[in-house]
Design a protein around this ligand. Sequence first.
Ligand code: CDP
Ligand code: MG
Length: 205
Amino acid sequence: MTLPNQHHKHERTFTIIKPDGVQRTLIGEIIQRYERIGLKLVAMKLMVPTENMVKKHYTLDAGWKQAVGEKSIKGFLDKGQTPPSNDPLEIAEKILNRLAKYLTSGPVIAMVWQGAHAVKIVRKITGGTEPLTSDMGTIRGDFVLDSYQMSETDDRSIRNLVHASGSVQEAEDEIAHWFKPEEIVDYRLFQEKILYSADMDDIFG
Ligand code: CDP
Ligand code: MG
């Protein structure tokens, strides 16, 4: 989705390298994956989030609780396992408390990435929520081995290294939640010519 008069190249998304990503020394690897596809880093900070920051972040979207609860139940049922509860909202409440503990446990890196289809491209590179079932070749599929079942047994969050916005709306809300407008840097990247120029003659002619 793009705003009227706005080229696709202006789309932005929000990502967090979660505390396990920092502790696993994967900062460079993760940034490289988003960078090498052609996205532009326009904001970045290292910080330890507060519980309030985290809880607000996950509840910016009023539908998130229902969705995360349903997705978790499906994750169990798809493997022939019994979910911890059949009530999505009860599950979501527990997930939110665990997330507050997980994401405040140490430094994280918050980033804003810009480029065509930034939201979907970053989700594709990041992979599905549960590392056990996320595709190989994705960050969550390649670097970590957690599951819904193990996180439930140990009463903790799924450790999946990164957060990435799920939609353009979510991205806009999350960017505003984590960054002040002046912390987002508008600049031109040399490679944007080859990525976005309508006429290749511009470059080689
Ligand atoms: O991060 P993503 O958008 O893929 O998933 P989400 O459904 O928005 O859930 C947010 C985060 O909650 C996940 O990335 C997990 O870290 C955590 N989660 C969890 O610990 N246990 C679940 N059953 C579901 C999500
Ligand atoms: Mg999400």
